[in-house]
Design a protein around this ligand. Structure first.
Ligand code: AHN
Ligand code: ZN
Length: 338
């Protein structure tokens, strides 16, 4: 009896020691992180730098301060130099594509497409673009005396460039996994004057037409492209534009879904509306890169766009930081989630 009791005690002690040992062993061998994580967990761990709308606003302001960036003017040249310096200061690998092109009047102008590569070695690339020139005519101004005067193009031109410059600053803070190429197109807005309507085809997007036929790097490819145009006025309405839907509907899906995830579904309206001959048309049809246009379209306006489109009212007064922020945050999330 006595011996067996002692033995039971011994067995109990040994058993608990073994159990404690197993516990220690199990803890030590616990993997730090599960090997496979679900896509929802994956989303949670993605970090990205914060898009700063004040910074984007300052970049819009700086462009407008040069005066209208009309091809052939000093302001145009000075702004080009500033854009190149700015992109280089953010660590971009900058290529300037100089070209000559004939505008619808028959006159030949020199233009510059300004291209900055980030992560140049990455195979998968995203193309982000906006036009940097401004229109020589306020041909939709209420005052007919302004119809041959140039515009500031704060929204029509400078806003998209401002958003992309801020993104370039972010790329320097945190390198995205994918490669990103920022394109600033020249001579987008030298299209036919309102009074000559209908007689000249392909008079818009001359810089993107040139690049699409003569890419800066032979065989250049990107998985897809996003064009920003008129992304700075208050209460914008961004619809699923016709050519974007036609050539890159999955990209529209992706971008509008991300906009919704950020609570912007009242601005990024998930409906087809508008047919716009913009730079993305040529990138899609000539270069064959599926590209969408995020453009402020308003079917309630006679001209189809924001109220001050191609008027002298397209100046800094109509630039709304919250619109720059919304578009900036959407496109930033798109890039860092690739
Ligand atoms: C037309 O509607 C003809 N063109 C729109 C492209 C554009 C002009 N983007 C900015 N200004
Ligand atoms: Zn325009």
């Amino acid at each position: 009896m006595k011996t067996s009791l002692v033995n039971i005690q011994k067995i109990k002690i040994i058993t608990s020691m073994v159990l404690v040992g197993i516990l220690f062993w199990a803890c030590e061998n616990q993997p730090a992180k599960p090997k496979t994580i679900s896509s929802s967990q994956k989303t949670a761990v993605i970090t990205m730098p914060d898009f700063n709308a004040d910074s984007a606003y300052v970049y819009v302001e700086a462009q407008v301060a040069f005066g209208p960036r009309v091809p052939g003017t000093e302001a145009h040249q000075a702004c080009a130099n500033w854009l190149i310096k700015k992109l280089e200061s953010f660590g971009g690998n900058v290529t300037v594509q100089d070209f000559k092109t004939r505008v619808y009047t028959g006159k030949i102008y020199s233009g510059k497409n300004i291209i900055a590569s980030f992560n140049p070695e990455a195979k998968k690339r995203i193309m982000l673009s906006a036009h940097w020139d401004s229109r020589p005519y306020a041909d939709y101004d209420a005052d007919e005396a302004n119809h041959r005067k140039p515009i500031d193009g704060a929204n029509d031109g400078a806003s998209g460039v401002g958003v992309l410059l801020e993104m370039a600053r972010l790329f320097q803070q945190q390198n995205p996994t994918v490669g990103v190429d920022i394109f600033f197109w020249d001579l987008e807005d030298y299209g036919e004057h309102r009074d000559d309507m209908g007689s000249h085809e392909n008079s818009w997007g001359l810089g993107s037409q040139y690049w699409s036929k003569n890419p800066h790097k032979p065989g250049y490819r990107a998985a897809y492209g996003i064009l920003l145009d008129m992304v700075g006025a208050a209460n914008p309405t961004f619809y699923r534009e016709y050519y974007s839907n036609m050539y890159a509907s999955s990209v529209v899906d992706k971008v509008w879904r991300i906009a919704e995830s950020l609570g912007y579904q009242n601005y990024f309206i998930n409906q087809a509306e508008g047919v716009v001959m913009d730079d993305h048309y040529y990138i899609n049809t000539i270069a064959g890169i599926p590209t969408i246009d995020i453009i402020h379209y308003n079917p309630a306006n006679k001209n189809g766009f924001f109220a001050q489109w191609h008027t002298q009212g397209d100046n800094m007064e109509i630039i709304d930081k919250s619109t720059l922020e919304m578009v900036g945050k959407v496109v930033t999330k798109v890039v860092y989630h690739e």
